[in-house]
Design a protein around this ligand. Structure first.
Ligand code: SF4
Length: 359
């Protein structure tokens, strides 16, 4: 897909065309200008030539149909990953903000690849557009299957399936890259996703996850206070955090927690801390107590995520995760265990791309 020339083409068109075309792309989800029957034929031909709508991607589906991962090929031939997660009747899209990542967290497949470049605004929104089109096709196919089989429209199983088709409900910036190192393009992409005339995804349904870039947390509390913020913590002290996440040398825990406290004081929003549970690395009862001391704040909560192994490290056992969670809860820290998606589609970010020769 390439919209670089669209402003130039629309400059000679009546003003209403911009809104009309935005609607065709984002609401009607056309994937070929031939479908834009409300546009003059000559304009359609020009757009087809200069602003192709095709998104080149390969999709890998999980066996249980609860998630799918797409490897999108960008204009310059590089690849980027995006994931669709379907859970409790909601469609959540995990988007990437960079090709690769410069932060090199030791537990992360993307971190091992190094960094290629920031994604442009259009390359970020394209990931959501890709899944929106995919879900629309899925909905049509479900409808056709139902009609073919003559199944009742009120069947409970079908109603649940129906809710899981159709549209994107949530977008999370938790794919490849650190969103705050590409702040301006991420900010512009969120404006497009949020725009009621375009995709219309509510602010409260968009989340950004950061490895703890303090300036980004500060800017976000000013620029987009309604967007959800998550901070990847993964360790209860600087010594371990610096081993797992080299960026922690630049942003020690004291600075990250101060920025987090300022964020909740300013926005009055809840703030999520993500904590990947890695066996014998960060999952002991002592570490749970240390984490509880660090995160005492009524608006903080912890999301415990079983690690999706990508190398030598292993995931904590479910019993260990439960023990860890109970210690946090007893100490007055809200904690949840997050459902783990994408085991057989290599759900940890970067795993597909790292096997691909283009990165
Ligand atoms: S975990 Fe996130 S910040 Fe760390 S290397 Fe991976 S993509 Fe980058």
């Amino acid at each position: 897909m390439n919209f670089n020339k669209i402003d130039k083409i629309l400059a000679t068109e009546p003003k209403f065309r911009t809104k009309q075309i935005g609607r065709l792309i984002w609401r009607d989800l056309i994937d070929d200008w031939g479908q834009a029957s409300t546009l003059p034929i000559a304009l359609r031909a020009k757009l087809k030539l200069e602003c192709p709508l095709e998104i080149k991607a390969e999709v890998f589906k999980e066996k249980d149909d609860k998630s799918a991962k797409a490897l999108i090929t960008l204009e310059d031939g590089l690849n980027v990953e995006t994931v669709l997660m379907r859970h409790q009747g909601r469609n959540t899209i995990c988007v990437s903000s960079q090709v690769g990542c410069p932060l090199g967290c030791v537990f992360c497949a993307t971190g091992k690849m190094g960094f290629k470049r920031n994604l442009l605004t259009g390359e970020i929104t394209e990931q959501v557009l890709f899944w929106s089109r995919w879900l629309k096709r899925d909905e049509v196919s479900l409808f056709e299957k139902r009609e073919l089989r003559g199944i009742s429209k009120s069947s409970p199983a079908l109603l649940l399936q129906r809710r899981e088709t159709g549209r994107v409900d949530n977008v999370v910036f938790m794919g490849m890259g650190e969103p705050f190192l590409n702040y301006d393009n991420v900010f512009e992409a969120i404006k497009i996703l949020n725009d009621d005339n375009l995709l219309g995804i509510g602010s409260r349904h968009i989340s950004i996850s950061t490895a703890g870039i303090v300036e980004g947390i500060e800017r976000m509390s000013e620029d987009m206070p309604q967007i959800n913020l998550a901070i990847s913590l993964h360790a209860p002290n600087d010594k371990l955090r610096q081993k797992l996440m080299p960026i922690a040398k630049k942003y020690p825990l004291a600075a990250v927690i101060t920025a987090a406290r300022d964020y909740v004081a300013k926005t009055n929003r809840k703030l999520m801390f993500e904590y990947i549970m890695i066996k014998d690395v960060n999952d002991s009862p002592e570490q749970a107590k240390e984490l509880a001391r660090l995160l005492k704040n009524p608006l903080f909560f912890v999301n415990l995520i079983a690690y999706n192994p990508t190398g030598d490290l292993a995931s904590s056992k479910p019993t260990q995760i439960k023990k860890f969670k109970d210690i946090l809860m007893r100490a007055g820290v809200q904690a949840l265990e997050r459902y783990r998606f994408g085991q057989d589609i290599k759900g940890a970010c970067g795993q597909l791309t790292s096997q691909n020769k283009n990165l």
